[in-house]
Ligand binder design. Sequence first.
Ligand code: MG
Length: 258
Amino acid sequence: MKIARYEFKGRAWYGILDEAGGVLREIVGEPFDGLRETGSTRRLDEVSLLAPVAPGKIVAVGLNYRDHAKEVGMRIPEEPLLFLKAPSAIVPPGGDIVYPRQSKQVDYEAELAVVIGRRAKDVPASDASSYIFGYTCMNDVTARDLQIRDVQFARSKNFDTFAPIGPWIRTDVEPDALSVRCLVNGQVRQSGNTRDMGSPVGRLVEYISANMTLYPGDVIATGTPAGVGPITPGDTVTVEIEGIGTLTNRVVAREPAR
Ligand code: MG
């Protein structure tokens, strides 16, 4: 099942996507407590898709694919390396990534994103799937020059629009062998597979939930495969994950220097 979040008449709604019919079947409230349909349907062409979830926090994982760690001259850490992305950085599918004036190198990072469905504290890896609502695509946009200069990641990962996410949440997919690709202007730049993660999804839920409570709607960005590289204004960047969908955003001009 695919769950989308969308704007209709100035309000945010969740709905069940019926792709064949080109409609969304509206549900009551948030999807995490169960999917109760209101009986209303909306045509896809009368709504705009929002980010498919409004998380309290986005927990991101660095250096979780060996080939990516290698390309940046690092090794996979023994335990997952965590950082946070701010919900204020979220941009919906089709939204613009704004190139910040503070950076001279902004990179794409295609990532599988996990959407948590139940309050999760000290969850063993073997139970992780029952705490996961579903999966979506994320672009962990990064000001690489500032990430290196600042050492910690708060600024480089959190400029407004640096967290494109969507287009919807797929609830019935197994996460451990999915192709993850990034295309810039239609050219493939990353082509990886979640089977090459250092810590697979279950282990990430276990590790993160041992360190902090995860709540319904929280997102885990699970790290990026090899092939990261720059985007510049005018580019169109697409994250494509097998069985989930494609997330496309345009990069727009750097704000004028002040
Ligand atoms: Mg990343």
